[in-house]
Design a protein around this ligand. Structure first.
Ligand SMILES: [Cu+2]
Length: 155
């Protein structure tokens, strides 16, 4: 059953842009059916040369099965960490590492500067508005999913 659904979806993906599932099906040997893979909509803000760290924001949405984001990677970036911003004793923001980010079966998690987000550390490349990057996300259940992440102009 999962094979039929996934195959149909990959064919449909040739016409429309839906990188995550197509890439997952290719790389993971059809491990997950379409509705199991969380919907991913992320973006990165443009950054001037010399920037050390950069946040990744957006939304992860469950499609019928709970999952958890465990790791992420991006070419040209030394490390991608999961962070959560909390309030420190003095009232200032305090970024803390997060081992995993739960994605509810039917619900969404928003990644934003004031909350949970992905942080790119050790930038060995430029981030200019208009670029589209491929990020590898590792989910506990869906496995490795490659998603397209646009670089946006800062507001
Ligand atoms: Cu951070």
């Amino acid at each position: 059953m999962s094979y039929r659904i996934a195959s149909w979806f990959v064919v449909a993906c040739a016409a429309v842009t839906c990188g995550p599932v197509a890439a997952s099906a290719r790389a993971g040997g059809l491990r997950a059916t379409v509705e199991m893979v969380p919907a991913v909509s992320l973006w990165i803000a443009e950054a001037p040369p010399g920037t050390d760290v950069l946040g990744v924001y957006g939304r992860l949405e469950g499609r019928g099965q709970s999952d958890a984001l465990q790791a992420a990677a991006l070419d040209g970036v030394r490390e991608v960490r999961l962070h959560v911003l909390t309030r420190g004793p003095s009232g200032g923001g305090l970024m803390q590492p997060l081992a995993r980010l739960a994605v509810p079966a039917r619900g969404a998690v928003d990644l934003k500067p004031e909350g949970v987000h992905l942080m790119l550390i050790g930038l060995g490349r430029t981030f200019a508005a208009g670029q589209t990057l491929k990020m590898r996300l590792t989910f506990a259940r869906a496995g490795v999913v490659v998603v397209k992440v646009p670089v946006r102009r800062r507001d």
